[in-house]
Write a protein that binds this ligand. Structure first.
Ligand code: SF4
Ligand code: SF4
Length: 412
């Protein structure tokens, strides 16, 4: 008999058939809009640290890599099913919904696979190919694609070849390497690729001329935050042809959250010598003590400068009071050495009519956050981009072709 699983959405509960092989998962229809941007805008208390606009794609909820620190464990709905029972949700025909939504847009940004799951997770991506098919939808329209992966051993070579032949050279790849020590990776990313396989994946991208980033994301206090560990990894990346590194410090979740409890138990069991430091670093903040974080980020910056690569932080803020109100101030203002946090400048894309492919907007470097902060002058004329807002599909649908081009059509 088929086992049913229940998923809670607010007050309602829905039931699904569990598919146990080759990995526990459920398949659900893709009903909601799939196109959206970052979750916070710059004007939402400053809580936006991502330089450039991206279309965030999540064909899966949940992830077989199963990192204990994964922030998606704190989400509700299908993510709770994954966190509590290890069951991944697959969105049926996700790429077809994506294709339909994109077909109605005049403006679009680079695709990002995937903000809250591993795009090339084994074995489900090998079965459903939803990440690859979604990337192809973008590439077929000449839109660029980026991915972040811990499964460098499971990226389809044909996808890398397509990314490498993007007409404007704006596709890029990000590989998370928590440490060069396999023991650290096997504890914090149990079903990720082994270090050697990640490094081979990096080499495959670099060899194809794809801009490639290494992410030490996150760093773990007392485990991977020392000069020797960081320097070895940065030097290794540089030797492979990588020129940009991204860092963050582990976020442990709020007090009382099961993610936090489990994570502390993992540290206590596998890295008991680091446990006291964890208690200290996270005593008053789930992000880590700000003095400690600044010390580690200064170290990372110094190492990157010395090795000769650029660096940025991912979603690292400090809370500051402005006029009696608490706002977020991104720490990249102090530590980033590149213009955009991803180390590559990818402009926004647009098109004059819906039956043609997209092209990059001339004069745009894609660093919308700098336009929002008034550091550079926007050329797109699109208010939601210029404010670095949290974009939804409707915001994209509201962006029309450039005024000058409409005039051009009228004259014709
Ligand atoms: S690979 Fe990423 S999405 Fe998957 S469990 Fe780890 S942190 Fe979460
Ligand atoms: S001009 Fe500025 S705000 Fe507009 S898309 Fe380019 S970087 Fe973003």
């Amino acid at each position: 008999m088929t086992r049913k699983v229940k998923v809670r959405f607010g007050r309602s509960i829905r039931e699904f058939d569990l598919i146990t092989s080759p990995y526990p998962h459920i398949v659900v229809p893709t009903v909601k809009e799939v196109i959206h941007g970052w979750y916070y805008g710059y004007y939402d208390n400053g809580r936006r640290e991502c330089s450039s606009e991206r279309i965030l794609l999540n064909p899966y909820n949940g992830c077989s890599v199963s990192c204990p620190m994964c922030y998606a464990r704190s989400f509700g709905g299908y993510f709770t099913l994954w966190d509590e029972e290890g069951i991944v949700t697959v969105f049926k025909d996700f790429h077809l919904k994506l294709k339909d939504e994109l077909s109605r847009l005049y403006w679009a940004s680079c695709a990002y696979l995937c903000p809250s799951s591993e795009p090339f997770q084994k074995p489900l991506e090998n079965l459903y190919h939803l990440s690859e098919k979604s990337a192809e939808v973008f590439l077929d329209l000449d839109l660029p694609v980026e991915f972040i992966t811990k499964r460098g051993d499971n990226i389809p070579i044909r996808l890398l070849d397509k990314m490498a032949s993007h007409p404007y050279g704006h596709c890029f790849a990000q590989f998370t390497v928590l440490s060069l020590n396999d023991e650290v990776n096997s504890v914090f990313s149990p079903n990720g690729a082994r270090v050697d396989d990640q490094l081979k994946g990096i080499r495959r991208c670099v060899d194809r001329g794809i801009f490639t980033v290494v992410r030490m994301d996150p760093l773990f206090p007392g485990i991977t935050d020392d000069e020797k560990t960081i320097r070895e990894l940065v030097e290794c990346a540089k030797n492979l042809g990588v020129s940009h590194i991204i860092f963050s410090l582990c976020d442990v979740g709020r007090r009382g959250e099961s993610r936090r409890t489990k994570l502390f138990n993992v540290v206590k069991e596998f890295f008991p010598e680091a446990f006291q430091l964890w208690l200290k670093v996270y005593a008053s903040s789930q992000d880590g003590d700000i003095t400690y974080r600044r010390r580690v980020f200064s170290l990372a910056r110094r190492i990157c400068d010395e090795v000769g690569v650029t660096m940025a932080l991912c979603m690292e803020f400090e809370k500051v009071k402005v006029g009696g109100k608490v706002v977020y101030r991104g720490l990249n203002e102090d530590y980033m050495s590149s213009l955009s946090c991803e180390g590559i400048n990818v402009p926004i894309y647009w098109r004059k009519s819906l039956d043609e492919n997209f092209k990059p907007l001339e004069g745009c470097n894609g660093a919308c956050l700098l336009c929002a902060k008034g550091v550079q002058r926007p050329v797109c004329g699109q208010p939601s981009l210029m404010r670095a807002s949290a974009l939804k599909l409707r915001d994209y649908l509201n962006m029309r072709p450039k005024y000058s081009d409409l005039t051009f059509f009228v004259k014709k």
